[in-house]
Design a protein around this ligand. Sequence first.
Ligand code: AMP
Ligand code: ZN
Length: 479
Amino acid sequence: MADIQLHNTLSGKIENFVPQKAGEVRMYTCGPTVYDYAHIGNYRTFIFQDILRRFLKLRGFKLNHVMNLTDVDDRIIANAAAAGVSIRDYTAKFVQAFFDDCKTLSIEAPEHWIRATDHIEEMVKLIQRLQEKTFTYPGEGSIYYRIAKFPDYGKLSKIDLTGIQTGARVDNDRYEKESARDFALWKAPKPGEHFWETAIGPGRPGWHIECSAMAMKYLGETLDIHTGGIDLAFPHHENEIAQSEGATGKHFVSYWLHAEHLLVEGEKMSKSQGNFFTLRDLFAKGHKPSALRFALASVPYRKQLNFTFDGLQQAASSVERLRNFADRLKRGKFPAGNQEGMAARIAKAAEEFDAGLADDLNTAQALAAVFDLVREANVAVDKGEFRQGEVPTVLEFLATFDRVFAVVQDSDGEKLRALGYGSADGGPDDAEVDRLVAERNAAKKKRDFAAADRIRKELADRGIIIEDAKDGSVRWKRK
Ligand code: AMP
Ligand code: ZN
């Protein structure tokens, strides 16, 4: 098997992946800031880390993966105060939506799901360690990190800080700092907003210290892998390094992996731009979870991915092709025995699939290996050359593929119903629509157009649009 190669943002190079402890991977992923619903750009990054963890598991590694929920954030605290509710109450529906979305997109639960609000004490202790080593200074009730004391600052993002002048205003911190690039570890309370009473005074933690403290609590002072979207490399991850390495004097993370952005018409998909879709926006238009997962996973994570509805439609057809192929093999009756050369062909596909993923998670290459095999096997079936003896091996390969991509096994209907789409109250489910469409086809065949129109109208009233294609086939979609 090929060595696993990963692109490390720290070195800017592709490196062989070797964890500290053989057979085990300690990995941290910056989770969502739960002040709103996550959009599909966020899920591109979470699906990337899911493909990574699933592939590492497939290779036999034991995973210790931590993902946090950032539920301490200036916007969250301000919004909760404005609504007159606690942080927990304010974030509850976004947290639930995030868990639901992960389930819907078959994003595996990490070994530890943790919240910033449960780790204030660890954050305070880490700030105290930094205080003892004089990495900090106070300012009007806040505590700042003194970047001048950490010469390695900038080694991850290679950011050029010379342009940032002392005294210039580069973020929203309200207080005086020694240097503009310094950042808040601890923020003084704001009137009317929630704060914690702690050994370092009243206030709230800064975002960066949250991840340093939580990562080291669960994974030790040196982690194997840290992941996030590319926008987190600076300043968030740069600051995590400064804090953790400042406090421990040890190397914080061996491999930094960053996913490129999801774009819409050339722009980053983001809340602030207003150019975003949530999962619910797409499901309401009749798209399926598997199609979205496939679309987001199919482009290698270090390439930007331009989101289009055409692309989503193509992803749906690709998933359909795989499912039809699996069905064809499961249901088909082929002549006994083996087809010459087929066992070697399947083994080659399996090897290329693995090699694609081992090559810095080149999902496009891994998918090509699968689709090439599917095409060739379909041709063999059409020609009557395919043999029963091959069925278990091909199905086993598809199952292996699905341990990483998780799209062949069809649970779309179930997932959508769980979210309230296509349920008894939300409209007919897929099976019922298929049945009614078949009834309408039969009515048309009998030239009973009144019955056919009645069924079309019934479906339209229940949110289903039927499209008759020129070639006589019928498609349907949810409004
Ligand atoms: P947030 O909830 O803003 O903290 O973001 C959660 C994750 O989504 C982070 O890893 C971000 O880097 C990532 N992210 C945000 N916008 C995008 C995007 N358009 N494409 C890919 N990842 C994104
Ligand atoms: Zn983080």
